[in-house]
Structure formats: C-alpha cells, structure tokens
Design a protein around this ligand. Structure first.
Ligand code: SF4
Length: 486
C-alpha cells in the first residue's frame, strides 16, 4: 500500500528516468475507466509486462516514477485531473490485497513520514492538514479500537460529508472499521490533490524550467494527448482570461452571473452551481474555472457590494479547499464522480424568484430585469419589447428576441467593417464609388437587413429548438451572417 508521502533521494540516469515515467503513464492510461477485474486480467495476461518493473508497489522505481509524474502533471489541468483519477484507481486496485494487520503496519510507518514532512516550514496548510488526518487514522488503528470506528476531520473526507455516508460529530466523521479501505482511498485522493497544490506553491515549479525536465514534460504531454486526452484542441480551449470577451455570446442568464461575479466577486451558492455547470458544458476546463473563482474570491468584499444577504462573504484563503472540492466535484473529478449536466432553460425558469441566478425573464422583477438588460447595452425600446414578452410569460421568446437583437448588432458591426474595407480598397485602387470589382465584393457576404423575411423565419424556427443556455451560446458563437444568407 504505497501512500507516496516522501519522494526518494539519490541520482538516476536521465534515460532511465524518462523510461520509468513513460511506462507509468502508459499503465495509468490503461487503468482509466477499467474495472478491477479488467485491470487484473490485463496484468495477468502480461499486457503490461513492459511496465511491471516500475510498478512493483513501494519499489524505488515505483516511487520515482510516481513523484516525477506528479511534478510533470502539476501545471496542466487536464493532466492533473488524469493523474489524480488514475493514481487513485491504482491505489484502490492495490488495496484489495491487504489485510487489516498489513494496513496497520504500513500506516504506522506512513505516520512517521507524515510527521517529518509536517515539520518542514515550506509545507502549505492544506497539505499539512491531510497528512495530520492520516496520522490520526494511524493512531486510531494502533489503539484498541473499542468503538470499531475511526474518527477523521470532516475537511479531509468531504465526499463522505457531501453524501452523508457516515455520521458527523463535532467536526469529525466516524467511519466504521469495515469501511477502512474506502476511507483510505478518499484520504489518498486528497493527499494527491494537496500534494499537487504543494508543488505549485513551492520552489519545485522552478525545476520545470530545466531543459531536461521540459523535454520530459513535452514527451509526457505528447503521450497524453495521443493516447488519453479528449479531442478538444488546445487552441480552442476557453481560458479564464477569455471569459469577459466570450460572455458577449452568453445568453442573458449567464452573462448576468458572469457580470455579477466580476463586479461583486461572489455568487450565491445556487448561482455558483448554475454558472460552473454552464462553464463546464461550454468547454471551460476545470482548472480555468478554479482560476476564475480563485481570482474573484481572493478580492475582499465590502458589505455594500453584496446586495443580497444570501451571497456569502467567505474568502478564497479561508475556504479554498471547499471551493476547489466543489468545482472539481461538479466536473465529476471528485467525490461521487457523477457527470452533472448543466441546467436546462426550463429548470432555470422554475428556480423561483431571485435577484441573482435563474432565468432573468422568469425570475427577476421588472426593475431588476431592466437593470440587467441595460447593462448589456440594449436600447430603451428593445428593453420594453423584451419586458413585455416576459410579463406574458413568453420567456423563450424573450430570450430569442434578445439574441436576434445581438445578431442584428453583430451583422451591423460586420457591415461597418465591410464599408471601411471597401472605402480603403477604393482609395488604394482609385475605384469609383459603388465599384463592383470582384476583390471588393468577395470580402464578405453580409445581408444588410438580417432580420427580414425568410431569414427571420429560419432563425425563429432554429431558435425555438434551443432549450439550454449552452445551446444559445454555441449558436451565437458559431453564427455567421453569411451562412443565413444562403
Ligand atoms: S431562456 Fe434559457 S438561455 Fe435564455 S435567459 Fe432564460 S434560461 Fe437563459
């Protein structure tokens, strides 16, 4: 039962090091989404005979490959998540072969290592806290265990708290002894998470600048992208810094939440969940969402910024673990690993009156709806049209009208660009006004009145089929006026 508390010391040939790490990532990729039976079969059939040497549990090669891979995965959100999931699966697989007496012995040894690590001044609070929980478990296991249960601080086993798996008493979760393996798996996963945070917070990241390590990282990333990663291309990845610009394509419910987060630096719990699941669905990586909330929640709030009393005033520093856990959980990377889907329009429209989340057309009062619409720079007449639709409960229609106005604006902007480009071209070639030479006319094919006749019917029919905020986003993002022109 390797818990990987302390990295090994010593020298190793660089080629061997690369080799061990590559073998580990190949094996870990096999583990992903495999059952214990499949893993056993794979090992028995010697599919991974080439990897076996560096996977002998607790051996020097096993520990070297684990810690170097941990370092190499620490700065990339996708690889980090892969590392946590697959190493936890490996731990779970190995754990099934251990008896209680073996576990007791290993835990005593691990507790000694944890004690040494915790004494180091560079160790961050969250990493120390999970190591201390491990020490507590070892101590309980070493006692006579009269109660047949183990007490663990709830912060180390949020999965149990969230799922109400075991009783919670005075900040401690009481885990029955027969669920010890489950407890160790949850704690091990947390050790990995905090171990990765420790790397990011320490000087270790400097090592990543070393050209040999960079070479190794590129190799690992190449292997990861070829064998494991989803087909999402890096260039199309939505990063935290793109979100302000990208929010122009969001429907009103989500642009409202984005703006509230940016201006108030906090969101109510339900609004936070709505927004995170939406971001997940439009392809924002988990780490970027963590970065977004870290950035905003690190900004202190003054009371008047929190216009709604339900909005929390916790800071990133005091609740960082809880927030990261909650985001990773919604992404299906922690806890029950459920693949939560974002809310539908119907669900958001029925989420009750609010001044924060939900569908603004259905959940906001007139004043608040007007405020949100004017912050998106709609004109008074347009705002009145939309308000009228929402007052007659035609929420979807109100949303479609809003989007059609945005489309109109987008087309008008392209038209202005086209005008500018034509003027420039005419000047350069000395063309007469209204010249019809092909160079000019091939530039764009934007319809001048995009909302006229057939195009309007086409758009209306299409928009009727959209039933989730993410659908509206993808439509807006991919909308090209020229396409509708055909
Ligand atoms: S209709 Fe749907 S997409 Fe539009 S604002 Fe309401 S919930 Fe959002």
């Amino acid at each position: 039962m390797a818990l990987y508390i302390k990295p090994p010391k010593g020298n190793i040939d660089f080629n061997k090091l690369c080799d061990f790490v590559k073998r580990r990532i190949i094996f870990l990729s096999y583990l992903r989404e495999k059952s214990v039976e499949d893993i056993t079969r794979g090992i028995q059939q010697e599919i991974f005979a080439c990897c076996s040497e560096c996977l002998i549990e607790g051996s020097l090669k096993d520990r070297i490959s684990h810690f170097v891979l941990r370092l190499l995965c620490s700065t990339d959100s996708e690889m980090r998540s892969f590392f946590i999931q697959s190493e936890t699966s490996l731990f779970m697989y190995r754990l099934q072969f251990y008896e209680l007496s073996d576990i007791r012995r290993i835990m005593i040894n691990a507790a000694k290592k944890c004690f040494k690590v915790c004494k180091e001044s560079f160790v961050i609070r969250s990493y120390k806290s999970i190591l201390m929980s491990l020490m507590m478990i070892a101590e309980d296991l070493n006692s006579d265990l009269k109660e047949e249960s183990i007490k663990v601080p709830y912060t180390s086993v949020l999965k149990f708290v969230e799922e109400r798996t075991f009783p919670l008493e005075y900040g401690y979760v009481k885990v029955p002894l027969d669920s010890l393996k489950l407890l160790l798996t949850v704690v091990f996963e947390e050790i990995l998470v905090q171990g990765l945070n420790q790397i990011k917070a320490s000087n270790c990241v400097q090592v990543l600048k070393d050209s040999r390590i960079q070479y190794m990282q590129q190799e690992i990333q190449r292997l990861f992208k070829t064998n494991l990663s989803s087909s999402v291309s890096i260039s199309s990845t939505l990063l935290e810094e793109h979100l302000d610009q990208e929010s122009k394509n969001f429907p009103l419910c989500m642009v409202n939440l984005h703006n509230l987060l940016r201006s108030n630096h906090r969101l109510q719990h339900t609004s936070r969940v709505q927004y995170i699941l939406y971001l997940k669905e439009i392809g924002v990586p988990c780490q970027e969402v963590i970065n977004l909330f870290m950035k905003e929640y690190s900004i202190p709030v003054i009371n008047k910024q929190i216009c709604n009393s339900k909005t929390c005033d916790h800071s990133w520093a005091d609740s960082q673990n809880r927030y990261i856990y909650s985001i990773e959980h919604l992404y299906g990377n922690r806890g029950s690993r459920k693949n939560y889907r974002a809310h539908s329009c119907n669900a958001l429209q029925n989420s009750g009156n609010s001044s924060d989340g939900g569908c603004p057309y259905a959940c906001f009062d007139d004043k608040n709806l007007e405020k949100v619409l004017s912050s998106c720079s709609f004109e008074v007449k347009d705002i009145e049209d939309i308000k009228l639709l929402s007052s007659t409960k035609e929420y979807a229609k109100a949303c479609q009208t809003n989007l059609l106005m945005k489309i109109k604006r987008k087309a008008a902007e392209i038209n202005v660009d086209k005008e500018r480009s034509n003027t420039h071209h005419n000047k350069m070639l000395n063309c007469p006004k209204n010249c019809s030479c092909p160079e000019v006319n091939s530039k764009t094919s934007v319809p001048t009145s995009i909302l006229d006749s057939d195009r309007q019917i086409f758009l209306n029919n299409f928009l009727c089929k959209l039933s989730k905020p993410s659908h509206f986003y993808f439509f807006m993002k991919n909308f090209k006026p020229g396409v509708v022109d055909g």
